[in-house]
Design a protein around this ligand. Structure first.
Ligand SMILES: Cc1cc2nc3c(=O)[nH]c(=O)nc-3n(C[C@H](O)[C@H](O)[C@H](O)COP(=O)(O)OP(=O)(O)OC[C@H]3O[C@@H](n4cnc5c(N)ncnc54)[C@H](O)[C@@H]3O)c2cc1C
Length: 510
């Protein structure tokens, strides 16, 4: 049952001994020689982590309720990992369905030139950080949200939770009237903040991918380490910068199934998206076994791979265009000897062998996991919300949905029914449970008039606006294929899932 925005009573202001905390970024006084009891504040929701997920949740929650929210973030500003991203990263999906519901990211237009021509624009990291700064300003202006930057949220203090300033060490105790929202459960693991699992000896040149742009002078070659999207971005950036493909060596412990960006398009191009979903479901419904499933998904263009001769064992929702794929295929020196163990000045030791290297070679670390793998847990539990995926790899849509469900429903059992956790995929066969969970959730949402209406309004919903394309025969045929195959596909995938070995999960770096 939907709730009116005014349902939640106006939030108390803090009654701490230091008086009300500011509504803008929290600024505290310098440490004093005399120990003081921690300041105390109260709120309805303490959101831990002001990354993409925490912000999308808070935005959707306050749009549908009068709740008071404290956002706690250990970085200086909002936007999470995007603040430390490598300089040439872009969203791999269109900006049109990333961010928060209340503010457009970019201009919802289709690029007419450049490598993304024909597709909806994709924001750079700088654009995303600027966007999240504006989002934060909107949230603060609502009067419902306070932001504590440079603050670690830790357990402890008289009320169970406290914010500890990373600048002064001062603690602020937080009494949470409703829920603590864990928006860092799936915190991204990124090159700038991770430590590689291998070392480099003196004389061997190893750089994090972020430092590629700082190189000056020539290198005898580039060895890119990692099989995921970051490594692909690094390879494409080198190729676009004029580095010949034969000078690039790519250590790819695992090959990945990838998604074709053509089928990830919203708004005017949403027919492509629906067609893609319908083809995936048809492939699943008709598959005879798991091998046949992946063969069908590839034949209908819903999964693509870098090397037609190598069966991918990884699936992490990475998205590429056909142009990017063609570009990446120009790199023929691919090393498949498992993970790097150690880089010496003259050789690289890998799990399954060694290869020569030299002091002029730049080794580029792209081995951070990106998506964090964590076991599923109930999204809604007593006093706590844990933001997780529901629709596969749509972190901002999922966080906003959880925010809306929290504001509009009263019973945790119902909320958890609407928001089943769907762990990020890692291995190829994780495509199977991820698709099952997402399809079952979609069926539940479509049976709920209020939630369906919310989804149609939500800019983060990639599939919004389907009704505006019903005059297009491609759309009607895609919808017919989708509805005919959804049930049989889930049934078939559940049988594959039940077979031992097929739903095996590996927690590993790429
Ligand atoms: C390079 C890259 C590209 C990506 N591209 C896309 C894309 O195109 N589309 C897409 O949907 N997804 C993409 N993703 C997935 C990405 O993980 C999400 O889009 C999203 O940004 C993750 O947001 P998050 O809030 O879950 O995590 P984070 O951005 O990691 O935010 C978590 C925040 O919690 C804070 N925090 C942690 N612990 C504490 C604590 N104790 N106290 C206070 N604060 C704390 C951290 O400082 C951090 O800011 C990409 C990921 C990477 C790495």
């Amino acid at each position: 049952m939907p709730s009116a925005k005014a349902m939640t009573p106006p939030a108390d202001q803090e009654g701490g001994r230091d008086g009300p905390a500011p509504r803008t970024h929290a600024v505290r006084s310098a440490p004093s020689a005399v120990p003081r009891a921690p300041a105390r504040i109260e709120t309805d929701y303490l959101v831990v982590g002001a990354g993409a997920a925490g912000l999308a949740f808070a935005d959707a929650l306050i749009a549908a309720s009068g709740a008071d929210v404290v956002l706690a973030e250990r970085r200086h500003g909002p936007g999470g990992h995007w603040n430390d991203a490598y300089p040439f990263v872009r969203l791999h999906q269109p900006s049109a369905f990333y961010g928060v519901n209340s503010r457009v990211l970019g201009s919802d237009s289709i690029d007419s030139a450049g490598p993304n021509a024909g597709f909806y624009q994709r924001a750079t990291a700088a654009e995303i950080c600027d966007y999240y700064q504006r989002v934060l300003e909107d949230l603060l202006a609502s009067g419902q949200v306070r932001f504590f930057g440079m603050s670690d949220c830790a357990r402890g203090g008289p009320d169970g939770c406290q914010l500890v300033s990373r600048l002064t060490g001062e603690a602020t105790a937080v009494r949470v009237r409703r829920r603590v929202v864990d928006a860092r459960y799936l915190e991204a693991s990124i090159p700038a903040t991770h430590t590689p699992a291998f070392g480099a000896e003196p004389g061997a040149r190893l750089i994090p991918v972020n430092d590629l742009v700082r190189l000056a002078g020539s290198a005898s070659g580039y060895t890119v380490i990692g099989g995921g999207k970051t490594a692909m971005d690094a390879c494409i950036w080198l190729l676009d910068g004029g580095v010949p493909p034969e000078v690039i060596r790519w250590i790819r412990p695992r090959d990945a199934w990838l998604m074709d960006r053509a089928f990830q398009q919203p708004l005017d191009l949403v027919t492509w998206l629906i067609e893609g979903v319908s083809l995936s479901l048809e492939a699943a419904a008709q598959a005879e076994d798991v091998n046949d499933l992946f063969s069908r998904l590839e034949t209908c263009g819903q999964l693509v791979r870098l090397d037609p001769a190598v069966e991918p064992t990884m699936y992490r929702c990475a998205t590429v265009s056909q142009d990017e794929l063609a570009s990446l295929r120009r790199i023929e020196n691919v090393v498949r000897l498992g993970r790097v163990v150690q880089i010496a000045p003259d050789r690289i030791v890998l799990a399954e062998g060694s290869i020569p290297t030299d002091g002029g070679q730049v080794h580029v670390d792209c081995s951070a996991a990106g998506l964090r793998l964590a076991p599923a847990r109930p999204v809604f539990a007593d006093g706590r919300i844990t933001l997780q995926q529901i629709r596969t790899c749509q972190p901002t849509f999922n966080a906003a949905l959880i925010g809306y469900v929290e504001a509009s429903r009263h019973d945790d059992a119902e909320k958890n029914l609407l928001c089943p956790p769907n762990p990020y995929p890692d291995t190829a066969t994780d495509w199977i449970p991820a698709t099952c969970i997402a399809q079952r959730a979609l069926a539940t949402w479509l049976g709920d008039a209020d939630l369906s209406a919310w989804m149609e309004r939500a800019r983060l919903n990639a599939a919004r606006g389907v009704g505006e394309h019903l005059a297009d025969p491609r759309m009607t045929s895609a919808l017919a294929r989708m509805f005919a195959n959804a049930g049989p596909a889930v049934t078939k995938l559940e049988t594959f899932r039940a077979r031992p070995g097929h739903a095996h999960r590996r927690t590993s770096r790429s």
